[in-house]
Design a binder for this molecule. Structure first.
Ligand SMILES: Cc1cc2nc3c(=O)[nH]c(=O)nc-3n(C[C@H](O)[C@H](O)[C@H](O)COP(=O)(O)OP(=O)(O)OC[C@H]3O[C@@H](n4cnc5c(N)ncnc54)[C@H](O)[C@@H]3O)c2cc1C
Length: 548
């Protein structure tokens, strides 16, 4: 069978675009079909987290995303809780999600507050720079036949209605919550749904940011008995987003609700731009693959957006799946690599979905206490109690590095035996971990080097990296010979002259995969050589129970 492309990706949301970039960067070909006529319809995600921006740095576009920031990356990522926008401040979280553009030893990139439509545009702009990547808008996947060696898909050009075929080695459904691919595979979503229904209003209000005394913030949680709500600046054209459960009431008047939530004394023109309805779920697909077809992103996991994980987790799926497919197509990756996608990602999805459901339990109406807007000492006492409760229950939502960086893969056919259980750290208590399965611990290299100031800049993106934490490249010779013999691409990162690296990794050597996760670490270089075949998926996977 001859193929038109290596991978047919369905959907140019953030996950399909991320997969296209990953495949393009690995030198592979893909066609992305998207039924919309362009990217960027979704005003949904605002948080691009620390890990996604590390991956964007790996793709060379972290700075491009920073430049697209509507308020600039210096804009403070405060989250303020108040009774109304014109009311009393209750409490606040500074530097939510770690958006402050400061150097932190634990990660290579800060997070960023930026609307999803801007993220998608930056991802699109990068994807089309790769000669092997083709984006086809206003094009829908209709159906496909899974053949032994690939898929034969029928796609429809929506403006003309004309159908054509694309033959690809693999097909990936990155086609969102109502995934056609998942449906046609007959894969069910398991879990609880619906948890709740929500309505967001996008509106314009010139000068609103200057009307209150709460100071700049990325979100204002308005905790009052009349219209508990969340309001957030979305873009630099006075565009805001407003969410309140009461918007669901049939006779609701969104402008009146927004005015009530703002509170007395704020008199601005409100121009409703659009309405976005969404449902909170706690759902994971019963499997992520059938034959040559995979699912990624919202197509295989759905959870409430509280904590800002959905798009970010999907970008993680795209990188995990993308380098593995590319390695298999290049010929150095074995079948176990593709088996490992679901084995590694599912426990992470389960963890994040559960975390987001906990966060949903503390939405703004659930935080209201009787008398919260009362005047005088009695009201002050209620507000102090509310503030304490908010600090106790909401911190994990805005300070979640333990989830974002600390979720390590467990038993997987491509990781050393050290990766036994998925290790899921406490949300607010991230500790760098160098055991196999973890995202590699980060370090800044003093003053930088020719390749970059972050240790991650020294990791290969399309090959395995052998990190030598103490000593020069000669120490890696045995592993290099093993790699050459097995024809597995291996790059050596050594001679950093940083004694702390050995302490950080607690080993002399670490084998780092293209996705910056650790496959093995140890002090015996011969073990590293032997481990390469496993890390490349050349050792057939045993039937493995997937831990959920
Ligand atoms: C209110 C709200 C706030 C959120 N905030 C955050 C946040 O701060 N951070 C975060 O990480 N996540 C957030 N999310 C979640 C985030 O929006 C989603 O997780 C993300 O959009 C999923 O990306 P995706 O590419 O998997 O799917 P989608 O974005 O849904 O993209 C799928 C694409 O596939 C296309 N498609 C579908 N079927 C076909 C077909 N047959 N043929 C061709 N194309 C097809 C669709 O048109 C669509 O463009 C939020 C969600 C909501 C509702």
């Amino acid at each position: 069978m001859t193929f038109d492309t290596d991978v047919l990706v369905v959907g140019a949301g953030p996950v399909g675009l991320a997969l296209a970039i990953e495949l393009g960067m690995q030198g592979r070909r893909c066609i992305v079909v998207e039924r919309h006529d362009r990217v960027g319809y979704a005003p949904r995600a605002k948080t691009t987290n620390v890990r996604s921006r590390e991956l964007l740095r790996r793709w060379g576009i972290a700075d491009r995303l920073a430049a697209a920031s509507p308020f600039g990356v210096d804009y403070p990522s405060n989250i303020v809780f108040a009774t109304r926008l014109a009311g009393c401040e209750l409490t606040r979280f500074a530097n939510a999600f770690y958006c402050a553009p400061v150097r932190d030893e634990r990660f290579a990139e800060h997070a960023q507050w930026i609307p999803q439509y801007k993220v998608e545009e930056v991802l699109r702009s990068r994807a089309v720079e790769f000669p092997g990547v083709e984006l086809r808008f206003a094009t829908s996947l209709a159906d496909w036949t899974d053949l032994t060696d690939g898929v034969d898909a029928r796609i429809v050009d929506l403006p003309t209605g004309s159908a054509s075929r694309i033959r690809a080695r693999y097909l990936v459904g990155a086609d969102g919550a109502r995934s056609t691919v998942r449906e046609q595979l007959g894969i069910r979503m398991e879990g609880r749904s619906p948890l709740s229904h929500h309505h967001n209003i996008i509106f314009r209000a010139a000068g609103l940011a200057a009307t209150h005394r709460l100071g700049p913030a990325v979100m204002y949680w308005l905790v009052n008995g009349e219209v508990p709500a969340v309001i957030a600046p979305l873009d630099n054209d006075d565009r805001w987003t407003f969410g309140a459960n009461k918007l669901g009431e049939a006779d609701s008047n969104p402008e009146a609700l927004i005015r009530a939530a703002l509170g007395p004394g704020i008199d601005v023109d409100i121009d409703i731009v659009s309405r976005d309805e969404w449902t909170a779920h706690q759902l994971i697909a019963e499997s992520y693959r059938k034959g040559n077809v995979f699912l990624a992103g919202d197509a295989c996991h759905l959870h409430p957006p509280f904590g800002g994980h959905g798009m970010n987790m999907g970008i993680g799926d795209a990188v995990d799946l993308g380098w593995k497919i590319a390695a298999v197509l290049e010929g150095w990756g074995g079948a176990a690599l593709l088996d490992s996608y679901e084995i590694e990602r599912r426990p992470i999805h389960r963890r994040v979905v559960d975390e987001a459901v906990v966060n949903l339990g503390f939405s703004s109406h659930g935080l209201v206490l009787e008398g919260i807007e009362d005047e005088g000492p009695a009201g002050d006492a209620v507000r102090a109690r509310a503030a304490a409760q908010i600090q106790e229950t909401k911190r994990r939502e805005f300070d979640s590095l333990g989830v974002v960086l600390g979720s390590a893969y467990g038993a997987s056919p491509v990781l050393s035996g050290e990766a036994v259980e998925p290790r899921l750290q406490e949300s607010t208590n991230f500790k760098p971990d160098a055991r196999a399965g973890s995202r590699a611990p980060h370090a800044w290299l003093e003053g930088g080097t020719a390749r970059g100031a972050s240790l991650f800049d020294h990791f290969a993106t399309s090959a395995m990296t052998l990190l030598v934490t103490a000593g020069g490249p000669k120490a890696a010779t045995a592993a290099q010979s093993a790699a050459a013999e097995a024809r597995i691409p291996l790059m050596v990162a050594a001679a950093f002259d940083r004694p702390e690296l050995r302490a950080l990794y607690q080993a002399r050597f670490a084998l780092i995969r293209p996705d910056q996760h650790i496959a093995w670490r140890g002090d015996d270089i011969h073990e590293a050589g032997a481990m390469l075949a496993r890390a490349a998926g050349r050792i057939p996977s045993k039937t493995q129970e997937i831990t959920t």
